[in-house]
Design a protein around this ligand. Structure first.
Ligand SMILES: Cc1cc2nc3c(=O)[nH]c(=O)nc-3n(C[C@H](O)[C@H](O)[C@H](O)COP(=O)(O)OP(=O)(O)OC[C@H]3O[C@@H](n4cnc5c(N)ncnc54)[C@H](O)[C@@H]3O)c2cc1C
Length: 540
């Protein structure tokens, strides 16, 4: 097989694309994945980070509920370092919710989803910030999962097993010969260069952007995507330590997820145009609505600062054409019926069920290429996830404080040893306990962690560090850490000053872009940040 010819070419570096890449590489396939931005920068990095137990879907979609329940267990097993089996609650705050409780209980049982009713007093003892008027409560097995690191560890493992991953590379045109898709013409934004790659099978895993690649085909039933935007608010302070759901049929703004040092509240559901997918922005009304609904769950939620808001788009399919009849909660589209071979599209699903989606499409690829290779992803832990590493180990081995150890335990797993080796060259000269230097004070991100991700997790531009470490994601939103980061980048790479400054500006602009819908506190913070970077480095 030539250098630029692969068994499989995957387009899209969200969780679906990288999950498929890992699965196929573990089966021995030669894989290339292209992503037009950074990995996880699409829907995956804009989700609620909830590891579903299935309970949310028992009423409307039992099949999806059962799938979530099974995958939840698998993910806790293969990714203990980036998941939190914190459990969740469904809480009733009015009579309607209380009545739904009986339906909920029965439907959970039918779907094989575990739940247990408990006394509201016991719940409020556990979650003292929640509504004291809570009338009925069920416990479920919801959890937290880091969507960014889930993506990066899947990609990392795929690379360890031979995959090539090209970020900032857009698939622009399908290459077609006699009705067979033989490859893709791509454009690398960082090298400013076009290049064609060839494969036996192309997999379109571009989520809500999926119809773009179909533009080169003549189809009787083209994919019609009706994306709906969901907005989430990140609130400073970890006000709950379990997932909180409103006890009712799934609705807007009725979930709270504890995530690192904050909580994520949401979400909404609003149709958007395909042309707007790359510039989704919440409106002030949406933010206000989420806060109003959030007050039913945590009455004092408004007293805590919103540090960020973001929106992602669900790729809802707007047609019932025969191609999609077999669809359940995710679709795999094979274009053979339309007269094209060598192309599959996968769309829909959940972060929680990405592994199952990858398994099913990889089975189909193996069948098409007539190769008998079994899926291994339900048993093989993701890199770093061989065993649970406790907070105490991070504290002791890396000489970090309790807060930093708390954050590290949800990121690095067994990689702490490699990070420790990098520690020796970047100890904090101002610290008495020989701990590593902190670059991001809000999210407690240290220099060796940043150095480690640069070496191992595909960092290409300055903004890439954030998704891999949470640098710049905390309350100050990068007010103080970007110069320190730029300095580190200069130390670790050959990049020239002007290039680093250009990357720095782009990274900060992404932090500042929410200004348009921000409240006064956030607006003032962004203004201060702009002054700091203007006065400190003439960054306009
Ligand atoms: C608001 C919201 C909240 C959610 N919350 C949860 C939750 O709590 N738990 C859960 O389990 N699920 C949740 N989900 C669902 C979950 O986020 C998605 O199912 C999942 O992230 C989809 O991943 P994906 O890889 O299919 O799509 P994406 O993550 O969108 O990946 C597609 C990628 O393709 C890239 N791309 C597009 N076009 C091209 C091209 N031409 N060339 C190269 N690359 C291209 C994009 O840049 C993108 O990175 C939520 C979804 C939304 C919208």
């Amino acid at each position: 097989m030539s250098k630029d010819k692969y068994n499989c070419l995957i387009v899209g570096g969200g969780i679906t694309g990288v999950g498929i890449a890992r699965d196929l590489c573990l089966r021995g396939f030669k894989v290339l994945l292209v992503e037009k931005n950074d990995l996880s920068e699409g829907t995956t990095g804009r989700c609620h980070a909830m590891l579903h137990s299935g309970a949310r879907y028992v009423y409307k979609d039992k099949e999806a509920a059962t799938e979530c329940a099974l995958e939840n267990k698998i993910l806790l097993h293969i990714a203990p370092h980036i998941t939190e089996a914190c459990g969740g609650y469904f809480m009733a705050v009015n009579d309607e919710d209380v009545n739904y409780g009986d339906i909920f209980n029965t439907e959970c049982e039918k779907a094989g989803v575990w739940c247990e009713e408990i006394e509201p007093e016991a719940f409020l003892k556990d979650e003292s910030n929640c509504n004291p008027e809570t009338q009925r409560v069920f416990r479920v097995k919801d959890g937290y999962i880091d969507p960014f690191l889930l993506t990066f560890y899947n990609a990392y493992d795929a690379q360890l097993h031979g995959a090539k991953i090209k970020t900032y590379t857009k698939a622009e045109k399908l290459l077609i010969k006699d009705g067979t898709i033989i490859g893709i013409e791509c454009f690398d934004f960082l090298k400013n260069k076009k290049k064609s790659y060839y494969a036996d099978i192309v997999i379109n895993a571009t989520g809500p952007w999926a119809s773009y690649l179909e533009k080169d085909l003549k189809l009787s039933h083209p994919l019609r995507i009706a994306p709906t935007m969901g907005t989430l608010l990140v609130i400073k302070d970890r006000l709950v330590s379990h997932l909180i759901n409103r006890l009712r049929k799934p609705g807007d703004a009725d979930i709270i997820v504890p995530s690192h040092n904050s909580i994520i509240l949401g979400t909404t559901s609003k149709p958007v145009e395909l042309e707007d997918l790359d510039r989704l922005m919440a409106s002030k009304d949406e933010i206000e609505y989420i806060l109003n609904q959030g007050e039913y769950l945590i009455p004092t939620v408004r007293k805590h600062r919103i540090i960020r808001f973001y929106s992602g788009a669900r790729p809802l399919v707007a047609s019932d054409t025969p191609l999609r009849e077999a669809s359940r909660k995710f679709d795999i589209i094979d274009y053979e019926e339309e007269g094209y071979s060598g192309l599959l599209t996968i769309i829909g699903g959940k972060l929680t069920t990405y592994r199952l989606m990858a398994e099913q499409i990889s089975d189909l690829v193996a069948e098409k290429l007539d190769i008998n290779a079994q899926c291994q992803t339900a048993e093989l832990p993701l890199p770093g996830g061989d065993r649970v590493i406790t907070k105490k180990v991070f504290e002791k081995e890396l000489h970090v404080d309790k807060k930093t150890a708390f954050d590290m335990q949800f990121k690095w797993g067994t990689f702490y040893k490699e990070i420790f080796e990098m520690c020796e060259t970047c100890l904090d000269p101002f610290s008495s306990d020989e701990g590593p230097q902190k670059i991001c004070e809000c999210e407690n991100v240290t220099e060796p962690e940043l150095s480690w991700v640069r070496e191992n997790l595909n960092v290409r531009v300055l903004d890439d560090y954030r998704r891999r470490t949470r640098q710049g994601m905390g309350p100050c939103q990068g007010l103080f850490c970007y110069y320190k980061l730029a300095n580190l980048e200069a130390k670790l790479t050959e990049k020239i000053h002007s290039q680093i400054m250009t990357e720095l500006k782009k990274a900060l602009e992404k932090r500042w872009k929410i200004q348009i819908s921000a409240n006064n506190i956030l607006k003032r913070q962004i203004k201060l940040s702009k002054y700091i970077y203007l006065l400190g480095g003439n960054l306009k």
